[in-house]
Design a protein around this ligand. Structure first.
Ligand code: FES
Ligand code: FES
Length: 159
C-alpha cells in the first residue's frame, strides 16, 4: 500500500488541504479529489491539451504534472476564469460569440491555452494562433471558429 502525503493546493484563490499518494497527478487531484471537473481528461498522456490549466500564470498539462509539484503555487482552472460576479473572461465570451465548440469537451483546455497564448503575445495573426494553439486538439474540427475566437479576444484584450 502506498502512503499518502498531505499537500495544500492553491486553486482559483482558495486553499485546499488534501492527502494524496505521491503519484497522483494534478488532473486527478482536481477532478477526483476536489470535484473540479471543468478540466477535462482526454488522453491522459500529454497529447491532447484537454487538461490545460495555469500554474503561476503559465499553461501546463495537468495530466503530466504531479499534484505535489503544484504545492504552494497558484493554480487557475476554467472554474476560476470568470469574475466573481459571473462576468465571463473575454476569451470565454469570444468562444460563445464565435460558436467555437461543438461537443465542448476540448473547450476548457482550449480556453485556458488561449488565455495564455494571448498573454504570451502569440496571438498576432491566425498563423501564430494556430501555431501556439497546436497542442490543443479538437476532435470535432472546430478549429476555424476557435482561431476566430482567439483573434477576437486578443483584439478585445489589447483595446
Ligand atoms: Fe492531458 Fe490529454 S489529458 S494532454
Ligand atoms: Fe468537440 Fe472540440 S468541440 S472536441
Amino acid at each position: 500500500m502506498t502512503s499518502k502525503t498531505p499537500i495544500h493546493l492553491d486553486i482559483n484563490g482558495h486553499r485546499h488541504e488534501l492527502e494524496v499518494e505521491p503519484r497522483v497527478t494534478l488532473l486527478d487531484a482536481l477532478r477526483d479529489h476536489l470535484g473540479l471537473t471543468g478540466t477535462k481528461k482526454g488522453c491522459d498522456h500529454g497529447q491532447c491539451g484537454a487538461c490545460t490549466v495555469h500554474v503561476d500564470g503559465q499553461r501546463v498539462l495537468a495530466c503530466l504534472t504531479l499534484a505535489a509539484q503544484a504545492e504552494g503555487r497558484a493554480v487557475t482552472t476554467i472554474e476560476g476564469l470568470a469574475e466573481g460576479d459571473g462576468t465571463l473572461h473575454a476569451v470565454q465570451a469570444a468562444f460563445l460569440e464565435q460558436d467555437a465548440f461543438q461537443c465542448g469537451y476540448c473547450t476548457p483546455g482550449q480556453i485556458m491555452s488561449a488565455v495564455a497564448c494571448i498573454r504570451e503575445g502569440h496571438a498576432g495573426s491566425d498563423d501564430e494562433i494556430r501555431e501556439y494553439m497546436a497542442g490543443n486538439l479538437c476532435r470535432c474540427g472546430a478549429y476555424p471558429h476557435i482561431v476566430a475566437a482567439v483573434r477576437q479576444a486578443a483584439l478585445e484584450v489589447a483595446s
